[in-house]
Design a protein around this ligand. Structure first.
Ligand code: TYM
Length: 333
């Protein structure tokens, strides 16, 4: 069966190894499969749920496109566009916010984390953010949504919204209920400074993450400084599961090389961490540096990047406006 793939990435700068291994690497594989129709969206409407500097935002939108292309997504095969260019996203987010229940949104753990202690000061957009995400997906009848583990709850909400809309208006199968595509082993890459915390662009210390625009020296230095425990490399999966930092570094190595976790454990069992770290740095430089160099090259080609977004937006607009027309009819507008 032909798969319809949709996913989004926020243009908030500092795209990192977590975004790459948890999501973008998967986008590339899906893009390469002839059977799939893929849409990858730079979700700028989501980005403004927290304060953005307009000039930086414009640059970050281009940098996200550059990252997609540098990682291997082919804009001739997949649609790449930015969300704000297709107004159907905002419109359908409103309509779906009348289907979603406040109780459902109140359970979203990401809002609780991002809003922090002072929830009253968080924007309404930050609260209703998963409804916009549902609009993104449902507008394109996406059947599969590749994301990292942190987006799982939002996808469940999207499925609930689709089902409730279909039930409320008695339109069986109108919104397709999408399947999440979450990898088993590498769906949550952790901070290099704390193996129990997600690698994230909002973490203050740059040493906590490998950015996709880092130089070879930066990568090597960050791995050298990455937190480990005092023990030598683990010798079994059981042991690994009790050592979060070791587990994260081995997962990164395994994901980048394609070697199974138990093979990596066997290879380095009992060795000093510095030996493993040297190998890990080498693999990271091999895989990430070409992407980093290509991103930098593409950033000088503003017209090329803008054309990708313009072309993608036009194609996305055609698909989305068809769906909006049907939605209007169903609702009685
Ligand atoms: P965002 O921009 O925070 O992250 C983009 C993608 O990267 C994944 N990711 C990670 N994966 C593994 N380990 C990590 N440490 C890590 N950090 C981030 C995320 O899971 C995500 O897949 N709401 C979404 C964007 C969005 C979207 C959509 C996604 C908007 N509309 C529709 C899918 C479908 C977000 O903020 O992702």
């Amino acid at each position: 069966m032909e798969k319809k793939i949709f996913s989004g990435v926020q243009p908030t700068g500092n795209l990192h190894l977590g975004n790459y291994l948890g999501a973008i690497k998967n986008f590339v594989q899906l893009n390469n499969d002839k059977e799939n129709d893929c849409i990858f969206c730079v979700v700028d409407l989501h980005a403004i749920t927290v304060k953005q500097n307009p000039k930086e935002l414009r640059g970050n939108i281009r940098e996200t496109v550059a990252t997609f292309v540098a990682s291997g997504i082919d804009p001739k095969k997949s649609i790449i566009f930015n969300q704000s260019k297709v107004t159907a996203h905002s419109e359908v987010a409103w309509i779906l916010s009348c289907t979603a229940r406040t109780g459902w949104l109140s359970r979203m753990t990401q809002f609780k984390e991002k809003a922090g202690k002072d929830k009253e000061k968080a924007s309404v957009g930050l609260y209703s953010y998963p409804v916009l995400m549902a609009a993104d997906i449902l507008l394109y009848d996406a059947t599969h949504v590749p994301v990292g583990d942190d987006q799982k709850q939002h996808l469940e909400l999207c499925r609930d919204i689709a089902q409730k809309f279909n039930n409320d208006f008695q339109v069986e199968d109108f919104f397709k209920v999408p399947e999440p595509l979450i990898q088993k082993e590498f769906s949550r890459i952790m901070s290099l400074k704390d193996g129990t915390k997600k690698m994230s662009k909002s973490e203050l210390s740059d040493l906590s993450r490998i950015n996709l625009t880092d130089s070879a020296d930066q990568i090597i230095n960050k791995i050298k400084k990455a937190k480990t425990d005092p023990l030598p490399m683990p010798s079994s999966l059981d042991e690994l599961n009790k050592r979060p930092e070791a587990k994260n570094l081995i997962a990164i190595y395994s994901s980048l090389t394609g070697f199974k976790i138990d093979k990596v454990i066997n290879e380095f069992s009992g060795k000093n961490f510095s030996v493993f770290k040297e190998n890990l740095s080498q693999v990271l430089v091999e895989k990430i540096l070409p992407i980093s160099l290509e991103i930098k090259k593409l950033l000088d080609e503003k017209n090329f990047l803008d054309k990708i977004l313009d072309d993608g937006s036009q194609k996305a607009h055609i698909i989305a406006s068809r769906k909006v027309k049907e939605i209007h009819k169903i609702i009685g507008f």
